[in-house]
Design a protein around this ligand. Structure first.
Ligand SMILES: [Zn+2]
Length: 247
């Protein structure tokens, strides 16, 4: 349908999934890059898939003061300008009770590097875990927040257990061999509503092979999806609920 052809709205180019697809086009060619599925989810070696990480051992621990601190180290590959643009140092919108803090001597931490694309592991993996934010294509606030939410334990919105009530996945329009990106996951939705404006929601044309939509909202196919440029109130609510912080 012409109404839905790609670039119908010029802002589409800044949707999280469009940015990820561009930045991750050559992912896997570098020897440092792990196996990546779902577009930008790194798979821990030794595991066959990246199941949702809602088990308690994958949460970041709560400190004695009630806050959740996520230590991070950031590569000096980023210039000062990019650091401020990306808000890597203090991703905006995080609830005050969970905060990224410079790595000191903590055992487990997030290691932010400019590798072959934009990707993250799901949840706390133990010791140093890479979040790749390539200088070429990943230094956007919405991408930084998206990857950090993966590291906090969240999956893509369109893979949610209840997604079939809210979106239709058109596998016929998906690039051959990329269908796995639309697999449904048995997620813990934490009592929050399905959210088209989550920073974790892919856009209408994610992994399209023919410029036709791959994700169509229901019942109204025309509502905007996957266009968040920052975390939504639901994204923040979920972090608070997953980590037992007051809302
Ligand atoms: Zn992602």
């Amino acid at each position: 349908m012409a109404l839905w052809s790609r670039n119908w709205n010029e802002d589409e180019d800044l949707s999280v999934s469009t940015l990820l697809e561009k930045a991750n086009k050559n992912l896997g060619e570098g020897t440092l890059d792990p196996l990546v599925i779902f577009g930008d989810v790194a798979v821990p070696s030794g595991l066959e898939n990246a199941d949702p990480c809602t088990a308690r051992q994958c949460l970041w621990p709560k400190a004695s003061d009630g806050n959740v601190y996520i230590p991070f180290r950031i590569s000096n590959q980023y210039c000062k300008y990019q650091q401020s643009v990306s808000q890597v140092r203090s991703p905006t919108g995080l609830p005050p009770a969970s905060r990224f803090t410079p790595h000191d001597r903590q055992r487990d931490f997030v290691n932010i590097q400019s590798l072959g694309g934009c990707y993250s592991f799901i949840g706390r993996r133990g010791r140093s875990q890479t979040v790749s934010l390539s200088r070429r294509g990943c230094v956007f606030p919405q991408i930084v927040q998206h990857e950090m939410l993966h590291a906090l334990g969240f999956n893509h919105e369109q893979t949610r257990s209840d997604r079939d009530q809210h979106v239709r996945i058109l596998l016929n329009n998906v690039i051959r061999g990329q269908e796995h990106n639309f697999r449904r996951i048995n997620t813990n939705n934490l009592g929050t509503p399905y959210d088209y404006n989550s920073v974790m929601h892919y856009g209408r044309f994610a992994f399209s092979r023919n410029n036709q939509p791959t994700i169509v909202p229901i019942p109204n196919p025309n509502v905007s999806i996957g266009r968040a440029t920052q975390m939504s109130p639901n994204d923040i609510l979920r972090i608070n609920r997953l980590y037992g912080c007051s809302e």
